[in-house]
Write a protein that binds this ligand. Sequence first.
Ligand code: RNT
Ligand code: ZN
Length: 418
Amino acid sequence: MKNELIEKAYAIAKERYAAVGVDTDAALEQLRNIPISLHCWQADDVTGFENRGGDLTGGIQATGNYPGKARNIDELRADILKARSYIPGTHRLNLHEIYGEFGDEQVDRDQVEPRHFAGWIAWAKEHGLKLDFNSTSFSHPKSGDLSLSNPDPAIRRFWIEHTKRCRAIAEEMGKAQGDPCIMNVWVHDGSKDQTVNRMEYRRLLKESLDEIFATKYDHMKDCIESKVFGIGLESYTVGSNDFYIGYGASRGKIVTLDTGHFHPTESVADKLSSLLLFTPEVMLHVSRPVRWDSDHVTIMNDETLDLMKEIVRCGALDKVHIGLDYFDASINRIGAYVIGTRATQKCLLQALLEPLAKLREYEAAGKGFERLALLEEAKSLPWNAVWDKFCAECGVPVGEAYIAEIQQYERDVTSKRG
Ligand code: RNT
Ligand code: ZN
């Protein structure tokens, strides 16, 4: 799109928003500084670089076999940088332990060390990305159905050691980047069929976490992620939502809300204001569940909009970390990053442009009609002109212009991968 047109449209939008008390320049400035943590695992369908050759386990699944997935660390890095070049604003990169730089070495999960991530730390610094991190309990011979809650002390010990080491790695990342690394712990632990030991596995998980978190670190932050169920683990999830809310509230840990990890009609947005009153911060895994935790590419839908609006309405932009978590193997994977991240940012922008002061004035005065009317009218305010301006200012393609560029990268690079 022509720059002149973008500027014209923006000038009109700016005036229109000013009429409802919203400063579009200020919203743009805010948006520019809100990082979105890109999940490294969209680039290769959650495979990683362990050279183990096993399947993805732990009740998650990347469906589809679109050609061109990243096969090694160089391809993954190139793809992520490519995706980033089409995404405006500030970004972080969220790594899983299985993406360490192991080379030809066979490094078991209880042997991983910060040195396996030294290359990532240097690369991230070079490209102005900050890192977040995740321990990896799935896709390993010892994963089984139970890891940190396994009654077998040897298996439990193995995963405790793994998770402790991951925290030490996250600490190194945080130190190197001068900004805390957010480390997420999600374990798949659960049961396919009915269990008569719900309490025991949860007691073990609590005990394992207490041991893992005993070491205090200054450059990393812990978060814990619940879910409803995994594939093959439908009857019981050890780390349920209740479990982690209790754990997070009593231990001062960050709870991760993955938008695919709740019952389909449950509002994840509604959870923010409760959690923020009892836990220090919130981590988000923005995803798109379609009938189940399908990890479809995030889009600009009501759920994502509600979630972003709620962050702003809670005044919690500095307390909520926004990360993405989906893995679609059925479409161009770089395109998947770009669509999902831009959609999240579009929602965030609309949240920042909400005429909140006026809405709250109406609400305080008990003016229900006026509040609903403005909420409805606000939906069709020209936020898209502000979005285009944002993309243009950040030097990334405006509108659908990135489609052709990603097609070109597919022709030149990803389609040539075996
Ligand atoms: C799984 C969780 C978890 C994973 C990633 C790969 O249901 O959402 O966050 O998707 O850690
Ligand atoms: Zn998740």
